[in-house]
Design a protein around this ligand. Structure first.
Ligand code: FES
Ligand code: MG
Length: 575
């Protein structure tokens, strides 16, 4: 078959009888591939983030096998390849520092190789956006299969959820409510199977948002990792990607403005993670869709949170799947006219066609819109002289009585200062104070770790205080909760106003008015600014590259030079 007739990227490697084709085919044949695998069929990459250092993605070896079967059945040639895997629970200083690096690896691996379409296998928090960002920048046919959530945790008759109960249990130990032995025993009970966090943390959020964007088959988000139906979904995704290559269905047709708007609405409806803001902004940047922080407030805040999952609610992902999963949520929003039905999805149908027949099986887990968990879900975007380019807060995870608050700042210059002093009896703090943490932004930490939900002072925990207003340029785990103001932009390490806050300053928060104000005069702030000096930066290595190129939180923390889609043009051969 001629290259022209096939029109596939892989033909540039494998078609014809020249020296180059001989080399490309011959080496591939050492893997036991029969000659007919090079007859011009689509070559499908299976981009796998399986790793023993990423326990959340443990099921992906099996799912890769199921995907492979589907590809072969549909007449494609599967080629599995590993990419850098980002395990949230292990990586230091934070997996977020490596999201862009992994996305570069995905993008360059696809473009450099004979790949016509790709199935992305991801799960743990950063793996999903990293893979979608990389594939979007290549714009070859792409379908995502998620690892799926862990089974529900259970300890001493109480349901416990990934992450959420770690924060809860660790504060209970510090407050003397449970013993250290009980705390340690809960460890094994929380993580009973392979899979991603079983709460509506960042991994579940990104799986839901990916389904809402239309880059997964319907139903992908919630099927438990070890459920046989997830294996079927992987198999069907393998079959479908071959047709997508034949039909020329590419991410730029799917990742359009209305799909992002749908994802923002879904984030509100599910009580999704604040991290979704960063990842969706970064993905949008890769496909040239202009999405800004205010879109989150404008589009998402009117949508109630109807999924009653931890950390905002009571249940876990397994319950969510049994209640109908994301299709049932989409149906609820479609029926209420709060969802754009016409967006195309990877199965060739619109998101409306895919989900208009979905059913809610449990109205406690997926509530009716008029009986929500929180009437105004989503992400509140704050503005003011403390965060000129924005900050975010998740109202459904916050305390109602603190959403309008004014308090005295108790300032920590960085995370080490916080650890050194938070439990000190000398710390002058009460529950009306506002805890301020600096230098934990994308450049400051570096990598913007999930430390924004900093624990409360022991003296206050012992008195039964459960929440305080906290402000930082850090992120917060999607499994965490509290009245926590995050992603303050510009960050302290580049001299944002956050850097200028001092102990005793008054800070005013009004979430309804989207306002965050530092009650210090402009003259005083400019005096402090003249005394401020930037923290030192590392002299080299990836950390230096990261610091030199990372965008601020309001732009999704991508590298500036990675914005946009570069396509999958084939470079000259080395032969
Ligand atoms: Fe990997 Fe939560 S730590 S999904
Ligand atoms: Mg997380």
């Amino acid at each position: 078959m001629t290259k022209e007739k096939q029109g596939l990227r892989s033909a540039e490697w494998f078609a014809g009888n020249g020296k180059g084709a001989f080399i490309h085919r011959s080496w591939m044949k050492n893997q036991g591939l029969a000659p007919h695998f090079f007859d011009g069929r689509p070559v499908i990459g299976i981009c796998n983030t399986w790793s023993e250092l990423t326990p959340c993605n443990g099921q992906l070896r099996d799912l890769a096998e199921q995907t492979r079967r589907g590809i072969i059945e549909a007449g494609g040639l599967p080629v599995e390849f590993p990419v850098m895997s980002l395990g949230e629970s292990n990586m230091r200083p934070t997996a977020m520092m490596f999201r862009n690096l992994a996305s570069m690896e995905v993008e360059e691996t696809i473009r450099a190789n004979p790949i016509d379409g790709v199935v992305l296998l991801a799960g743990c928090d950063k793996t999903t956006p990293a893979l979608v960002m990389g594939a979007a920048s290549c714009n070859v046919p792409t379908i995502l299969v998620s690892a799926g959530p862990m089974l529900s945790g259970s300890f001493k008759g109480r349901v416990i959820g990934s992450g959420t109960d770690v924060w809860r249990l660790s504060e209970e130990v510090r407050a003397g409510l449970i013993t250290e032995e009980e705390f340690l025993a809960a460890e094994s009970a929380m993580s009973r199977s392979p899979g991603t966090c079983n709460t509506m943390g960042t991994a579940s959020t990104m799986a839901c948002l990916s389904e809402a964007l239309g880059i997964t088959l319907p139903g992908n988000a919630a099927i438990p990792s070890v459920d046989a139906r997830r294996r079927v979904l992987a198999f069907m995704s393998g079959r479908r990607i071959v047709d997508m290559v034949h039909g020329g269905v590419v991410p730029s047709q799917i990742l359009v403005r209305k799909a992002f708007e749908n994802a923002i609405r879904i984030n509100a409806a599910i009580g999704g993670s604040t991290n979704a803001v960063l990842h969706l902004q970064a993905i949008a940047g890769r496909v040239g869709v202009s999405l800004n922080l205010d879109d989150w407030d404008r589009i998402g805040r009117r949508v109630p949170t109807i999924v009653d999952l931890m950390p905002s609610g009571r249940y876990l992902m397994e319950d969510f799947y049994n209640a109908g999963g994301l299709p049932a949520v989409i149906r609820r929003l479609l029926d209420a006219g709060q969802f754009e039905p016409d967006a195309l999805t990877v199965n060739g149908r619109t998101i409306g066609e895919n989900n208009s027949g979905a059913q809610v099986e449990n109205e406690e887990v997926i509530r009716p819109l008029d009986r929500p968990v929180t009437a105004h879900g989503g992400i509140a975007v704050l503005r003011g002289n403390l965060c000129p380019n924005g900050a975010v807060l998740k109202p459904s995870a916050a305390s109602e009585h603190l959403l309008r608050h004014s308090g005295r700042a108790v300032v920590f210059e960085d995370i080490d200062d916080y650890h050194a002093r938070i439990d000190s009896p000398d710390l002058d703090v009460d529950e009306s104070c506002v805890l301020v943490l600096k230098n934990c932004g994308p450049r400051g930490y570096p990598g913007m770790p999930e430390v924004g939900n900093m624990g409360l002072p022991r003296s206050l925990l012992e008195r039964g205080v459960t929440d305080m207003v906290r402000i930082s340029d850090a992120r917060m785990s999607g499994t965490a909760y509290g009245t926590v103001i995050l992603h303050v932009t510009p960050e302290a390490a580049i001299g944002g106003p956050l850097a200028l806050v001092r102990n005793g300053d008054r800070i005013e928060l009004d979430v309804t008015a989207n306002r965050l104000h530092l009650d210090v005069s402009e003259e005083e702030l400019s005096r402090r600014r003249s005394e401020w000096s930037a923290p030192p930066v590392p002299s080299g290595g990836y950390e230096r590259l990261f610091i030199d190129h990372v965008l601020q939180a309001d732009q999704g923390c991508d590298f500036a030079f990675l914005s946009g889609s570069r396509g999958a043009a084939i470079a000259r051969d080395y032969v």
